[in-house]
Design a protein around this ligand. Structure first.
Ligand code: SF4
Length: 285
């Protein structure tokens, strides 16, 4: 290749167009940005070391049990062996509750059950620069409906809280926008999400979706993406005003917030995330 050809190639395909990988937003990353843009910048854009926050023995045990329960349910829907570790009374109790009071999973010849399914889509209007991703514990899909299921081993939350949680909003939007991965098209009115709590197995929380709600969620996601892009290039993104976020943040020294409120000792809950977007398990809200 002579110099002239090299110059032409550079002009037609500027290196910057290929050098920046897309930014992947999960529900945990969205929550991180909304809680503190500076934390999002330090951790996800500058890749500062994020030492895992020390957990109490009780929290560690809770996490391990939650993970074990999710794996058992995943194996169940994958038609694999579901032997429960006999020494773990909590996991056994949750699994028995699941079998005794299962969530309202659709049945029939036309229903496909897809455990631990990940879905990634583009944020509309951002030319592939920002993606959205999520992983469903179970997706039940037929020609007329698509139902997301999520298993919880923590404290049950009211429907009104769950309806506004970013997990609910993101997962519903992912399926409405990316439904082609499982079916030709999935209109919002055919989509629902159900949270099944091991502590309240006979009271699953089901939330329906609708076109108007989808438009609002997409607009909010685009606004978040626009805020992130507007901050890109700034040396220091805004610090949160809420010191409770700083109490469990390892960047306190960088931010001069070492006297922030101490971290909560709430029990943690196992919350699987797509590999490309993993953060620590979250504290139940
Ligand atoms: S210490 Fe507080 S202000 Fe600093 S990154 Fe963490 S949460 Fe944000």
């Amino acid at each position: 290749m002579n110099n002239e050809q090299g110059a032409m190639r550079q002009e037609r395909f500027p290196p910057s167009a290929f050098s920046l990988p897309p930014l992947v937003l999960s529900r945990a990353r969205i929550k991180s940005f909304l809680a503190c843009p500076r934390q999002f910048q330090l951790r996800l854009l500058e890749r500062r070391p994020w030492p895992r926050r020390p957990l109490s023995a009780d929290q560690e045990a809770r996490l391990a049990k939650g993970q074990a329960f999710h794996q058992i349910v995943q194996r169940y829907f994958a038609r694999l062996d579901t032997a429960v570790p006999p020494h773990d009374a909590d996991v056994n109790r949750w699994w028995q509750a699941f079998q005794r009071c299962p969530p309202p999973i659709p049945a029939g010849d036309g229903v496909r059950l897809l455990p631990e399914m990940s879905l990634t889509i583009l944020v509309p209007g951002f030319d592939g620069r920002i993606l959205l991703t999520g992983r469903f514990d179970l997706l039940a899909v037929s020609d007329t409906a698509a139902h997301i299921f999520d298993w919880k081993t923590g404290r049950p939350r009211p429907l009104s809280d769950l309806r506004h949680d970013w997990q609910t909003r993101l997962y519903l939007a992912l399926l409405a926008e990316g439904g082609q991965a499982v079916r030709q098209v999935v209109p919002p009115k055919q989509i629902t999400i159900t949270y099944w709590y091991a502590a309240a197995p006979d009271a699953p929380r089901t939330i329906a979706y609708a076109a108007a709600e989808h438009s609002r969620t997409l607009a909010d996601l685009q606004a978040i993406a626009a805020q992130i892009e507007a901050l890109t290039g700034r040396a220091e993104w805004p610090l949160t005003d809420d010191l409770t976020h700083c109490g469990s943040c390892p960047f306190q020294v960088i931010c001069g917030r070492v006297s922030a409120l101490a971290a909560s000792d709430e029990p943690v809950e196992w919350e699987p995330e797509p590999v490309a977007a993993q953060l620590e398990p979250e504290l139940p809200q």
